[in-house]
Write a protein that binds this ligand. Structure first.
Ligand code: CAA
Length: 261
């Protein structure tokens, strides 16, 4: 149940119905090179397809969730190299997964690290967490979705402030501007994240996936269309055994025993 697979740049474990992916490149503060991205996307994709797993936690070390995309790997790339490889496109595969993703952030979540956290469905921060988009100091701009997801999450003023000046947010400010959903003492971070993911994984997986799809739609469409999509997804829940079980359990005053979890 707690088997750990070491894949070079990440560690992959399962804890009951939760998949745990730990970034493990300590020498580079978990900088996200291509190999790390490939491993992480593959591990998360496997959890998505595994009916025994209902949620995934992505975390890093105490000092760094991830200090960004790997600057050393990018430094000498030309425009054509970047364009031909469609650099960072593969990260988007993570956002196509249907399983809920929880980011557990301690220490630095900078550049691509902040963007990776924002690709997850919710972020839980240790009180030591620091969020920032420092790309401007490197002569570039965020390239893994930061200008879009940060702006959606915190609004224009804070996003512009962070992206144009490189200012970092500590955990409390990140909570205040609604970038993260919870802040906990650093030594409780993993426990809390596993608890949250465990709670999500105790629900019906197809229903949790529908709920995730509905909320995600709010970022990609207008209100009228979004509400219509929500209603269709709500209707489709009635095609599942778990809707029958969940509602029957309420009526019969017992705990639901969901089939798909
Ligand atoms: N890429 C590659 N290597 C990195 C890295 C990164 N993003 N961040 C840290 N490292 C490496 C350092 O080069 C150093 O390696 P060496 O020991 O071989 O020199 C090692 O990790 C430890 O880092 P530091 O010695 O710098 O540690 P520190 O505690 O003094 O500072 C830090 C920590 C403030 C996070 C600092 O490492 C830093 O500023 N890192 C870069 C942050 C950054 O600019 N991120 C954005 C990257 S670009 C991007 O992400 C684009 C995008 O939108 C996707």
């Amino acid at each position: 149940e707690q088997e750990t697979r070491d894949q070079g740049n990440i560690r992959v474990e399962t804890r009951d119905r939760v998949g745990l992916i730990t970034l493990d490149r300590p020498k580079a503060l978990n900088a996200l090179n291509k190999a790390t991205m490939d491993e992480l996307v593959a591990a998360a994709t496997a959890f998505d397809a595994d009916p025994g797993i209902g949620a995934v936690v992505i975390t890093g070390s105490a000092k760094a969730f991830a200090a960004g995309a790997d600057i050393k790997e990018m430094a000498s790339q030309s425009y054509m190299d970047m364009y031909a490889a469609d650099w960072f496109r593969h990260w988007e595969d993570l956002t196509r997964l249907r399983i809920p993703l929880v980011a557990a952030v301690s220490g630095y979540a900078l550049g691509g690290g902040c963007e990776l956290a924002m690709m997850c469905d919710l972020i839980i921060a240790a009180d030591t967490a620091r969020f920032g988009q420092p790309e401007i100091a490197l002569g570039v701009l965020p390239g893994m979705g930061g200008t879009q997801r940060l702006t959606h999450a915190v609004g224009k003023a804070t996003a512009m402030d962070m992206i144009l000046t490189g200012r970092q947010l500590d955990a409390e400010e990140a909570l205040r501007v609604r970038l993260v959903s919870r802040v906990v003492p650093a030594d409780r971070l993993l426990e809390e994240a596993l608890e949250v993911a465990g709670k999500i994984a105790s629900a019906s997986k197809p229903i949790a996936m529908l709920a995730k799809e509905a909320v995600t739609t709010a970022f990609e469409t207008g209100l009228t269309h979004g509400v219509q999509i929500e209603r269709r997804l709500f209707h489709s829940a009635f095609a599942t055994e778990d809707q029958k079980e969940g509602m029957a359990a309420f009526v019969e005053k017992r705990t639901p025993d969901f089939r798909h979890r």
